[in-house]
Design a binder for this molecule. Structure first.
Ligand code: FAD
Length: 348
């Protein structure tokens, strides 16, 4: 049976702007579900620059991308949004009785809400894939780890030079039969402590470090990955050698790209792959469907977090009219409104 969940507002994208939308909607008493294809919230801030300082968030002279996300998550806690992480929003349609919107997720779950907020940034993040490995996707080649125990007693090869690759080497080394890390050069972009821990395992012979590139994939009789070929480059040595390595599981962490994806087929008016909105309500060409943050376009648009926060506040007031058509919205300040303070769970 298809799982169905009902809420006031469905937010597609759990980047900084989607998270702040939860807050603005929550202040008005509207409940929200958030969907993100990534396994954690934070969008570009968490994925692309978690440790870099941001200097242009009002009243916060400096905070890193991850700190901003952590503060937003703390700020929206009183409104207890439901997260659907690791899930992609695949479809948008009206309900059969035309009273609400339905968003379908890639696992078949259907979310129903009076309003939808598209806060999808530059589109959904997707892993950069290994060239030529498509035939083995789901048959040994993967770009994320869902369950560590699935790697027990396997020969695992991890490709990449950033934090994800190093972290998964450390997590899978005690579980797998063997773990090899493949990177094109003998230098890593990840946290120095993780790199040191990986190098210690290499020194003890518990992890193999292979400097070079994957050149070919070989399957067993059932079509599952069994071995890979590598072109290895010696340190400071121009000569290369080719080697075959036993490998039933190949995990590649080459970073992420962004793609508009299924949103392109939602029937929204688009301009250069961005969703066209008005600047009073931040509503799209579909009534009750709003777009805020990097995904939208209007005259004078600046792709800044600050702009997305402003858009979230105006959107929330417009969405209230859609979700509660029979109620009048009273404007209030969080400093003085007892209604807003009650929703935040704070007292004078
Ligand atoms: P995003 O952060 O892009 O989040 C959108 C989320 O939606 C993503 O997590 C994505 O996976 C998800 N998504 C998309 N489609 C789907 C789908 N169909 N299903 C499920 N999930 C989906 N801005 C500043 O104001 N100040 C700065 O100093 C600054 N520095 C930056 C530095 C760098 C290196 C970069 C790359 C950007 C910087 N920015 C800065 C820009 C800022 O990060 C963006 O404006 C901000 O992240 C936009 O937030 P968002 O929530 O709209 O989108």
């Amino acid at each position: 049976m298809t799982p169905t969940m009902t809420t006031d507002v469905i937010i597609i994208g759990a980047g900084p702007v989607g998270l702040f939308a939860v807050f603005e909607l929550g202040l008005l008493g509207l409940r929200a579900h958030l969907i993100d294809i990534l396994p954690r919230a934070g969008g570009q801030c968490a994925e692309l620059y978690p440790e870099k300082p941001i200097y242009d968030i009002p009243a916060i002279p400096s905070c890193t991308g991850q700190e901003l996300v952590d503060r937003l998550l703390q700020q929206i806690k009183p409104f207890a949004p439901t997260f659907h992480l690791g899930r992609s929003a695949q479809g948008l349609a009206r309900t059969a009785d035309d009273t609400a919107w339905q968003v379908t997720l890639d696992d078949g779950t259907i979310l129903t809400g009076a309003a939808v907020v598209i806060a999808a940034g530059g589109g959904q993040f997707e892993p950069k894939k290994l060239p030529g490995a498509q035939a083995f996707e789901g048959k040994g080649v993967a770009y994320a780890v869902r369950e560590t125990q699935a790697y027990r007693d396997r020969d695992v090869v991890i490709a990449g030079g950033g934090d994800s690759a190093l972290d998964w080497v450390l997590a899978l080394a005690p579980v797998a039969r063997s773990v090899a890390l493949v990177h094109r050069r003998d230098a890593f972009r990840g946290a120095p402590a993780s790199e040191a821990a990986v190098r210690a395992l290499v020194a003890k012979g518990q992890v193999a470090l292979l400097i070079g590139q994957i050149t070919d994939y070989h399957g067993d009789e059932a079509g599952h990955l069994a071995r890979i070929s590598l072109r290895l480059t010696g340190q400071g040595d121009e000569a290369t050698i080719t080697q075959e390595v036993s490998c039933q599981a190949l995990l590649a962490f080459y970073g992420l790209t962004m793609r508009l994806g299924p949103l392109a087929d939602f029937g929204l008016a688009l301009e250069r792959q961005l969703v066209v909105v008005d600047t009073a309500r931040f509503e799209t060409s579909l009534p009750g469907v709003f777009a805020i943050g990097d995904i939208n376009t209007y005259p004078g648009k600046l792709k800044l977090i600050l702009s997305g926060f402003h858009e979230a506040a105006l959107m929330a007031h417009a969405a209230f009219g859609v979700c509660r058509p029979d109620e009048r919205l009273r404007f209030g300040y969080t400093t003085t409104s007892s209604d807003l303070k009650a929703r935040l769970g704070v007292h004078d």
